[in-house]
Design a protein around this ligand. Structure first.
Ligand SMILES: CC(C)(COP(=O)(O)OP(=O)(O)OC[C@H]1O[C@@H](n2cnc3c(N)ncnc32)[C@H](O)[C@@H]1OP(=O)(O)O)[C@@H](O)C(=O)NCCC(=O)NCCS
Length: 172
């Protein structure tokens, strides 16, 4: 039985950065809704990863890192607010499991780890968005997320194919 664990990373070294980049690129190229439309190269993904790493190193985000038997298998970003009025909630971004490991229960492990990390930091709510038309809201509804609104046509996946952005929240 493989050993899966989720840890909070507040520092990203060069080795981890390369693994996150490879994972994110593979997930996007497999059709994942993680900020891109396939095909992408690592060079396309790198600027977004750099922005995430900057936020992590500024204390404004954490990486929830999923490892299976020590190997990076996925991750999510927990984006924190600096406002003292908003410290009880965070936004979850870029939830992903490597395509070679999807549909094996690891997304469930990852989200459970995200929730544990958020609870340990005193958070009470999480927020995330889903690209309309993907059906991914069903994945999150399984963890207690509910839709509370949508931004019409917010995501242009192709000319003439604008998708709503669904906003979901969960009370921890
Ligand atoms: C979404 C994702 C993280 C789920 O991870 P996973 O390891 O495949 O999911 P699991 O095997 O843990 O599945 C957990 C449950 O969610 C359901 N589920 C998984 N993927 C789903 C999907 N794409 N749509 C709807 N339900 C889904 C499963 O059926 C399972 O339900 P069950 O326990 O009742 O059978 C993964 O498919 C992924 O990385 N996708 C590409 C990136 C992406 O689009 N991320 C979402 C950003 S909003």
């Amino acid at each position: 039985m493989p050993h899966a664990e989720v840890t909070a990373q507040s520092h990203v070294d060069q080795g981890l950065r390369a693994q996150l980049l490879a994972c994110w690129t593979d997930v996007a190229n497999a059709g994942g809704a993680v900020g891109f439309v396939a095909p992408v190269t690592a060079a396309d993904v790198e600027p977004l990863l750099a922005a995430v790493v900057d936020r992590v190193h500024e204390g404004r985000a954490l990486i929830a890192l999923l490892r299976v038997d020590g190997e990076v298998a996925g991750f999510a970003v927990l984006s924190l607010s600096l406002s003292p009025l908003r410290r009880h909630w965070a936004t979850v971004l870029r939830v992903q499991v490597h395509p070679s490991r999807q549909r094996q229960g690891l997304g469930r492990v990852l989200m459970s780890g995200v929730h544990d990390i958020a609870r340990a930091r005193g958070m009470e709510f999480l927020h995330l968005t889903v690209r309309g038309g993907t059906g991914l809201e069903a994945f999150y509804q399984g963890f207690g997320y509910q839709e509370f609104g949508r931004m019409p046509g917010a995501i242009r996946v192709a000319p003439g194919d604008d998708r709503d952005e669904l906003h979901l929240t969960c009370r921890l």
